[in-house]
Design a binder for this molecule. Structure first.
Ligand code: ZN
Length: 165
């Protein structure tokens, strides 16, 4: 009898999921589209959800509530900063809700989100938009497979539901 695959490090896992916030708003969902694929043990998804999926099998359906510290982190007021408009290229379109990455001298990449845009100043934050939120996930495990060598090197899955480069 073949072993039933279970979710463990270096497995590519496809899930259908919905993410509901405490106010009832659905923040994101895979329903009606491709399942989302992620590489287990490589920080592709928030830690609280990854822990809940550990050891799971195809067909498992469950709900899990993830506290901010195991999700996108606590909201930090000091993460919000004002930046003069001149700090950005003239031709760069800026709008609330958009995100981009900055790179420091060491090459470390930091994601940044735009909070609001005024004529002379842009308000940005280093916090993920869902920082401080309690996350309510409903999950169904669709597929579990071994990762290819290239996927392990990249740290993310390729193909349907994953990266398509
Ligand atoms: Zn890749």
């Amino acid at each position: 009898m073949a072993d039933t695959p279970t979710i463990a490090d270096d497995k590519v896992v496809s899930i259908h999921y919905s993410l509901t916030l405490e106010n009832g708003q659905v923040a994101s969902s895979s329903k009606g589209g491709e399942p989302m694929a992620y590489l287990h043990g490589h920080q592709n998804i928030v830690p609280g959800l990854e822990t809940a999926l550990e050891g799971g099998k195809v067909g498992d359906k469950f709900k899990v509530q993830v506290a901010p510290k195991d999700g996108y982190g606590e909201a930090r007021p000091e993460a919000v900063q004002q930046v003069p408009r001149e700090a950005f290229p003239d031709d760069m379109e800026l709008a609330a809700g958009m995100s981009f990455v900055t790179k420091d001298e060491t090459g470390e990449v930091t994601p940044v989100w735009v909070v609001s845009v005024a004529d002379d100043a842009i308000t940005i934050t280093l916090d993920h938009p869902l920082a401080g939120e309690t996350l309510n996930f409903a999950v169904e495990v669709i597929e579990i497979r071994d990762a290819a060598e290239e996927e392990l090197q990249h740290g993310h899955p390729h193909g349907p539901g994953g990266h398509d480069h």
